[in-house]
Design a protein around this ligand. Sequence first.
Ligand SMILES: Nc1ncnc2c1ncn2[C@@H]1O[C@H](COP(=O)(O)OP(=O)(O)OP(=O)(O)O)[C@@H](O)[C@H]1O
Ligand SMILES: [Mg+2]
Length: 241
Amino acid sequence: MTTSDEILLSIEGLTVSYGAVEAVRGIDLTVKRGEIVTLLGANGAGKSSTLNALVGLAPRKARRMLFDGTDLLALPPETIVRRGMTLVPEGRRVFSSLTVDENLMLGGAKHAARGNPAAVKTNMLELFPILAERLHQKAGSLSGGEQQMLAIARALMSSPDLLLLDEPSLGLAPQVVDRIFDLIGNLRDRGLTILLVEQNVVQSLEIADRGYVLANGRVELQGSAADLRASPEIQDAYLGA
Ligand SMILES: Nc1ncnc2c1ncn2[C@@H]1O[C@H](COP(=O)(O)OP(=O)(O)OP(=O)(O)O)[C@@H](O)[C@H]1O
Ligand SMILES: [Mg+2]
């Protein structure tokens, strides 16, 4: 699927403060339908705070926060998911004592308004054959990579238009990281729009259309993935040139 010019998400002047800590200091960000946009930056730059703020899980202020024509500032987290934006948080939180199947159905049940959970689950099991094999196994007994697949599949059970992924490759072996990036590409090819937070700068810029680099809660650099890859700042800081 090709990127359209339709703006799906548009944020202006977003700030996130935790008491005296200003984690995000006024950022502007847009995501067009069909794009993969990557949000890069060092530890503590404000990447997770930004994603959490989008779904209403971090204390946020903004001049404007529009998703698919809806004002996000007015909506509680449950409603945001129902409107079609879902976050896979950092650290792949699955319910360890529940089975793969139960984890998936919980992801779907909460948001049944967006589709028939049984039908969506059939799709998920086609997309993630490993989860079909492990359907009745406890999620806590899955490998790290399998748990990340489950966390993503569970988020997809709400049939989002925009998927927010917070460091999906963190702590996984290189081969598993490759599988996660392949999956992200497949999801985009199926029409999903993705905002991807990553530490893995090389692979993220290979897969993304555009990117933003955050530093100390501000946008330090932005542009097409190709321009960012070629920029001296990225070359020096991340690519070891
Ligand atoms: N709940 C919180 N309470 C207080 N401070 C917080 C909270 N969450 C994050 N912070 C602070 O806000 C800043 C940005 O954190 P954030 O988690 O957004 O960074 P990040 O870019 O996701 O980093 P990482 O790459 O380590 O995940 C940090 O200084 C962090 O300590
Ligand atoms: Mg983070």
